[in-house]
Design a binder for this molecule. Sequence first.
Ligand code: SF4
Length: 273
Amino acid sequence: MSELPRSFSHSSASTFKQCQRRWKHKYIDKLPDPTGEAALVGQFAHDVLEQLCKEESALRTEAKAKEIAANIWLNVAQRKDFKNLKLNSDEQREFRWKSWNAIKGLWDLEDPSKVTVEATEQRVSTSLSGVPFFGIIDRLDRNEDGLVVVDYKTGKLPRYGDDNFNQVLLYAAAVANKTGEQPSRVRLLYLGKETMETEVSSDLINKVVDDLSDTWSKLKSNLDNDEFKPTTTPLCGWCSFIAQCPAGTEFIKKRAASGKLRPDAPARTSLGL
Ligand code: SF4
């Protein structure tokens, strides 16, 4: 029987809810799960904006962001995950262009020189309803109503009805637990696209903490029984563990045979399709 993890992040909980088998391969078996191109673009943008928002407010300009991005790019280009993408020079230019578009997309949403930043990349580790929660908050701001939990997003806008705010509400719960001050708002900055935000209420916080606690209980039971069922969805095409998963392999082969598998799905390479 495997031991319970020492900490449980929103990302870990989401992976478990999406597919228990995937969670086991990632968090128990610790099989390699390389960061894909889209996630590397996101990390690059996050790193630049983190450094930018550590600057004095008057220095938070696009020119400064460009300077920071040029420095950080040197590190990104040396990363193993980036080298594994094997991008040619045109594709690397495209990667930098996508990253810069995400970074400068911040100015479509706000003027960072007018924001009061309390912290960036703030690590929070605390017990939420008995769950050892861990998270890293992109940015904690202060406005006239109090603290604001901010998270940068570089992916697509979510569909209506998704649990968009769960992650930042958990961060708000963790901040309230650690500091005694409940943030007043949570804000998602979809860089270059749109800002989504909501007021924080005790009801919303209780709901996400209860959900986290339920997921943690299910995880404990799965670990006790050593049972991690696969859940096949089109996302199996992007799962790093597909070659170790018979159910996912069968599902994706069927999708490929019926022409439904996207041409850019990494499973095509993993499974030799
Ligand atoms: S291939 Fe699909 S079913 Fe298998 S572990 Fe990955 S996500 Fe789960």
